[in-house]
Design a protein around this ligand. Structure first.
Ligand code: FAD
Length: 369
């Protein structure tokens, strides 16, 4: 029986575990389960395959495929676990609220519209109706019809429940990996707070902490944290179904029932798990400038999350050494990308050549410095 270890039970590790062939394989997922020391539970849940891209790249193509996979993923998870991950497709409105951002917005619109004619700029009267407090001379927006969203926190819980059900998978929570060593005769030793485990195949999917884990094997693939502050408010406002995403990074994602998730700040190399009052105030100011009715909202919750990013901003996905795999650096798009990354990484581990080719642009050796 092949021993496969996955370090990290975020959306990446869990999505890979669900897709790996389980015959002749024992899969052990190890996670320290420290609240706020992850990204997946913290995310806005936007499936911004178009919102997040400005040119046609291999990652953009994967993002588009992954977005298309999410409705089926949602159905599968509901069938398996009874959990509804709240997939919805009301679209996303991208907004620029100052003259500098308008140039960037128009450039992105041109790229997106050349691939998808359903993307439309909002007219002056639509802008006035939607964003009455924005200066019409200093603002612009376009609507992306197909960028949907899910509830990322519930999605992560559903993935956990899905793997916990499976006989071939053992999920070790509250278990910290303290070091990793390579065995002389092949394979790896994973030293944890609950003992040492052998792995014939090791997959590191530990978000922003992946780089530090690889360091134990003298592999230098740095990953950095990008801390985000987020809040959830309850409001009786019924005028919004779409996600609103400002070029400046502030977004409003309507959630069930009568909730609005407002995110998110971005602080590189900040590992803090504490909310910062100035950051939360910025979220308030920027969200109310877009949707003034949210001023009456009641705070339900405020939290932080740590997004994983690489020095060049591109994710790392592939084989680092024989039978050692890594997937990290999905920054603001890990929820969106998790269905396709789970599938491709699992296929790669299972020896599929086509998956190796598709993942070629994200090979770890291109990042090693
Ligand atoms: C505020 C915020 C908003 C976001 N919004 C969106 C969005 O709207 N759409 C989108 O697509 N993406 C979004 N993202 C990004 C997305 O959440 C991430 O890209 C994705 O969750 C990364 O998943 P992961 O599995 O790689 O990492 P993580 O979720 O961080 O999981 C890594 C896991 O590894 C474990 N781990 C780390 N080190 C160890 C160790 N030594 N031992 C044991 N376990 C360990 C951690 O406990 C953690 O559970 C957002 C992120 C944040 C923070």
């Amino acid at each position: 029986m092949e021993q496969t270890v996955i370090i990290g039970a975020g959306v990446m590790g869990l999505s890979i575990a669900r897709q790996l062939k389980s015959k002749h394989r024992h899969i052990r997922i190890i996670d320290r389960s420290t609240p706020r020391m992850n990204a997946s539970y913290a995310a806005g849940g936007m499936l911004g395959a178009q919102n997040e891209f400005f040119e046609d790249t291999p990652l953009y193509r994967l993002a588009m495929q992954s977005r298309a996979m999410m409705p089926e993923t949602a159905k599968d998870l509901e069938r398996e676990t009874g959990i509804d991950i709240e997939y919805q497709k009301y679209g996303l409105i991208k907004v620029a609220s100052n003259s500098h951002d308008i140039t960037a917005l128009h450039k992105q619109f041109q790229f997106l519209q050349s691939h998808d004619h359903t993307i439309k700029l909002l007219s002056l009267s639509e802008m006035a109706q939607r964003f009455p407090k924005l200066d019409p001379n200093q603002s612009a927006a376009f609507k992306i019809q197909d960028d949907g969203q899910i509830n990322a926190n519930i999605y992560t819980q559903a993935l956990i429940k899905s793997v916990a059900h499976r006989e071939s998978i053992e999920l070790l929570t509250h278990t910290e990996t303290t070091s990793i060593s390579q065995k002389d005769n092949g394979g790896y030793h994973i030293h944890t707070s609950k003992g040492t485990f052998h792995a014939d195949e090791l997959i590191i999917a530990a978000g922003a902490w992946s780089g530090a884990l690889l360091h134990h094997l003298n592999i230098h693939l740095p990953t950095h944290p990008v801390k985000g502050d987020v809040k959830l408010i309850a409001s009786d406002y019924h005028g919004l179904q779409e996600t609103i995403f400002n070029v400046n990074g502030c977004y409003i994602v309507p959630k069930k029932p009568n909730r609005f998730l407002i995110g998110a700040t971005s602080e590189i190399d900040n590992w803090s798990t504490q909310n910062n009052r100035d950051n939360l105030n910025w979220l308030d100011r920027e969200s109310i400038a877009m949707i003034p009715a949210l001023k009456q909202g009641r705070i339900i919750k405020e939290w932080t999350g740590i997004r994983p990013i690489t020095p060049d901003g591109e994710p790392i996905m592939g084989e680092v050494r024989p039978n050692l795999y890594v997937t990290t650096g999905h920054y603001r798009n890990g929820i969106l990308l998790s269905p396709i990354v789970g599938k491709l990484m699992a296929q790669l581990v299972d020896g599929n050549h086509q998956a190796r080719e598709i993942l070629q642009p994200f090979q770890p050796h291109q990042h090693t410095i």
